[in-house]
Design a protein around this ligand. Structure first.
Ligand code: FEO
Length: 396
């Protein structure tokens, strides 16, 4: 991407990664991503906020050259993860006069992860400011908008919030600002689900703190910029709230079709009762889609056959992931088929200990489900409906 000017003296000098399809060797990126980095020039000093993934360092330097900048006074990492900070050592080689301005924890991480020398740092505290002359940067320490060392940088005079991962979306696009809002919000929701959801309550607190700032543009370090910040702020307030939707996520796998038949019957019964259903056949599902569905579903049902006395490994993976992501799900249970015995239900339950859920009576059947078994699934659907209604979880 060419460097582009957001305002006089403020450029996005980051890079779009059109081809990347996996992050952390874990998270699917169906729409690629970008690593946004921002050059902010004041009347006296110049700062670079975040850098890029090391695979894109050449683009960063080309973009910096296009802006005509010949000196950097400060490099400001909001976050130590390598997709934003991995190019700092090269930046310091190119601009040896630059100081690395960040909080104490981020400094520790950068020393460990990138071996940056201790004397290169200028440590800042929450609320501290850095003058660039006619522009002022304010640092907002915001732990766990991915890692514990994260912070946000607010450019007061221009009312721009540089938020790094927070509010980001893994979306490679030529749109500088959000144009297709529904698409960006979908990618931002995926991003939230995979990265932010485990820290929901802390992030909700950060959102409250941000109400005190007049924000004209949110410039995250992934995806297009928001020139109507309220839409993404509102979405985040919803995702991080305690509100859940009248939805059941069914994460399932079936070996010979018995569990699959149960899932079909169960899903249809839930739909008849006005409950939205999100089935994920784990044999071929994108885990990012599953994570997104867990952002606001009231209920999670794991569907699994019994294999070697326990749940199918695909179901184990899904349960492990759900447990790690800590969604606000209120109810959970297990359905599935077994051949001759096992401890499937207990094992799935024990894998969901991080969730504050009420476990509903499971439906486990021997072999191919019979009519009585199907009626048990109807009973489970009824009890989910009752729970949702009791807690005013209604609507589609
Ligand atoms: Fe985009 Fe947590 O790094």
């Amino acid at each position: 991407m060419m460097a582009w000017e957001m305002k006089d003296g403020i450029h996005n000098v980051g890079a779009v990664d059109w081809d990347r399809r996996l992050f952390d060797e874990l998270i699917p990126l169906p729409d690629g991503t970008s690593y946004n980095a921002y050059l902010v020039r004041g009347s006296e000093k110049t700062a670079l906020i975040d850098t890029v993934d090391p695979t894109k360092e050449d683009e960063l330097f080309e973009n910096l050259e296009r802006t005509g900048v010949d000196r950097l006074d400060y490099v400001i990492p909001n976050h130590a993860e390598q997709d934003h900070s991995g190019t700092i050592p090269k930046v310091l080689e190119r601009y040896p006069e630059a100081k690395v301005v960040t909080n104490g924890k981020c400094k520790e991480f950068l020393i460990d992860l990138l071996h940056i020398q201790d004397d290169k740092f200028q440590v800042v505290e929450d609320g501290e400011t850095l003058s660039l002359g006619d522009r002022t940067l304010e640092f907002i320490i915001a732990p766990w908008v991915h890692w514990p060392e994260t912070m946000l940088t607010y450019l007061r005079e221009d009312r721009i919030l540089f938020s790094c991962d927070l509010f980001g979306s893994h979306l490679a696009t030529s749109d500088k600002y959000v144009k297709d809002e529904s698409k960006v919000l979908e990618d931002a929701k995926r991003y939230y689900a995979e990265i932010m959801m485990p820290f929901r309550k802390l992030i909700n607190g950060h959102l409250e703190k941000l109400r005190g700032y007049d924000i004209e543009v949110i410039a995250a370090s992934h995806g297009p910029l928001y020139d109507r910040p309220e839409s993404i702020m509102e979405a985040y307030r919803d995702w991080t709230s305690d509100d859940v939707k009248n939805e059941v996520v069914i994460a399932y796998v079936s070996m010979h079709g018995s569990t699959e038949r149960m899932v079909e019957r169960f899903a249809n019964t839930l739909i008849e009762r006005g409950i939205r259903v999100r089935p994920f056949n784990l044999a071929g599902s994108d885990v990012g889609e599953l994570a997104m569905a867990l952002v606001d579903a009231a209920t999670l049902v794991v569907g699994t056959p019994t294999v070697l006395a326990g749940p199918h490994p695909a179901a184990v993976y899904a349960a492990y992931l759900a447990n790690a992501l800590r969604p606000k799900t209120r109810y959970a249970t297990v359905i599935g088929s077994y051949g001759w015995g096992g401890r499937t239900v207990d094992q799935v339950k024990s894998m969901l200990q991080n969730l504050s859920v009420e476990f509903l009576e499971p439906v486990i059947v021997k072999g191919l489900p019979r009519a009585d078994d199907m009626r048990e699934l109807d009973r489970l659907a009824d009890s989910i409906l009752k729970k949702h209604q009791e807690h005013n979880i209604i609507g589609e």
